[in-house]
Design a protein around this ligand. Structure first.
Ligand code: HSE
Length: 400
């Protein structure tokens, strides 16, 4: 197979951009050259030659010798602008910006296909786990029925530190920030938005569903109180933030991000710290399980480098599942959840179809049972500051 030389214009020199630079210093490659690095903040001391530095995006976008834009900046709107311009100039793009990709999925798909360039973003979902390429290449038989997993490293790190080491939420979040796992706005991690962006990208490659992230429900780990954490510990469960999409019935699929109690016989129970884990289920092969580091400079940069290599032989996602059948997303299903609150007024037993367990103490109340998903997501109480929602261990979703 012949490979072309890749001449890169790199946008961003934060955690992942610097990680990519460091990897290429340690493992120099004849076929990959970083020609320019465009950054926003002036005057910082950066560890690359001055000649590569620019503050002007046009120095990359207008350079005809640069055949690949690697976009690793934080700001999703600015990233979208850069990626659009790169496509217009006929350049391929590698990006790790899950928010930008999820929010503009169809537009980006049409633009890069129209220009006949490659657009790869393995690093945007689960960092070091090669999940997109597996969904694209291996699960190409329309038999994939479910994928679920831990797709955010920061929240898994926080939950692990709270559970195993008894540290506070704020302390564990600070550690995740210091280690470069968390988003600049950590609410994206802890409230489940980052997981949702990844989930919607994966849904396109897994099932051929393109959906605006706004139409997928996310509930994070930011409201888990000591009562729920104690409940999990007493039962021998761990709490993990789970992103799930699965076939419900016929062409109908469901998708959501929520914390879930996980039992020790579930593979995800053993996925701790910054690791991510993804389970797939297919009609004929039953379950598969992928695990790997889900955040951090080197694991993410390593996925970026893998995409860069793939560009050298003109690899493109084919989005095979976007053609043919048209699966639809439905919110018409039921789930089993534990809803807890500091005051009894937040809970309404009549919202549940069935109650499995109920508990009331001075400042910790919960009801566990089956609820209609639309009632859960449309309720007024879900917005209350101390209400938390956790899926029961075997809950996935059943037709309403
Ligand atoms: N903040 C993200 C995470 C970074 O913690 O998973 C990797 O996408």
């Amino acid at each position: 197979m012949s490979r072309k030389k890749i001449i890169i214009g790199l946008f961003g020199f934060g955690c992942v951009g610097k990680g990519l630079w460091d990897i290429l210093q340690q493992r120099a490659r004849q076929d990959v050259e970083i020609r320019k690095i465009c950054v926003k903040v002036q005057g910082k001391n950066r560890e690359f030659p001055e000649a590569l530095l620019t503050y002007n995006p046009d120095d990359i976008l207008d350079d005809p010798e640069i055949n690949l834009v690697v976009e690793l900046i934080d700001d999703a709107s600015q990233a979208f602008f850069i990626v659009n311009r790169a496509f217009e100039k006929g350049k391929s793009v590698v990006s790790a910006n899950k928010k930008m990709i999820a929010e503009n999925f169809v537009t980006l798909l049409e633009l890069h296909q129209k220009k006949g360039v490659s657009f790869l973003y393995e690093a945007a979902c689960c960092a070091s786990i090669p999940i997109i390429r597996n969904l694209e290449e291996y699960y190409d038989n329309d038999m994939l029925e479910l994928f679920e997993g831990i797709v955010n490293g920061s929240t898994n790190y926080i939950l692990t530190r709270m559970n195993q080491d008894g540290v506070s939420f704020d302390y564990a979040l600070r550690e995740a920030q210091v280690q470069g796992f968390a988003e600049t706005n950590p609410a994206l991690d802890v409230e489940g938005y980052d997981s949702k962006y990844k989930l919607t990208i994966l849904m396109a490659h897994a099932f051929g569903i393109t959906v605006n992230p706004d139409s997928v429900f996310n509930f994070g780990i930011h409201r888990l109180g000591t009562g729920v954490i104690r409940y999990a510990r007493e039962k021998g469960y761990k709490i993990k933030l789970i992103a799930r999409s699965m076939k419900l019935d016929g062409d109908e699929f469901i998708a959501y991000v929520m914390p879930q109690f996980i039992k020790s016989d579930n593979n995800l129970f053993h996925v701790d710290g910054v690791y991510n884990g993804v389970i797939t289920e297919t009609f004929f092969s039953d379950r598969q399980f992928f695990v790997g580091r889900g955040a951090g400079a080197f694991p993410t940069a390593s996925a970026v480098l893998s995409d860069i290599s793939a560009i050298s032989y003109d690899y493109r996602y084919e989005y095979k599942k976007l053609t043919g059948t048209h699966p639809v997303l439905t919110n018409s299903f039921t789930v089993e959840v534990l809803i807890s609150c500091g005051s009894v007024d937040c809970l309404d037993a009549s919202d549940f179809n069935e109650i499995a367990e109920e508990y009331h103490a001075k400042d910790f109340h919960f009801i566990a049972g089956e609820i209609d998903f639309r009632k859960l997501t449309g309720s007024a109480w879900i917005a209350e500051r101390d209400v938390s929602v956790v899926l029961l261990p075997s809950a996935r979703g059943k037709p309403a």
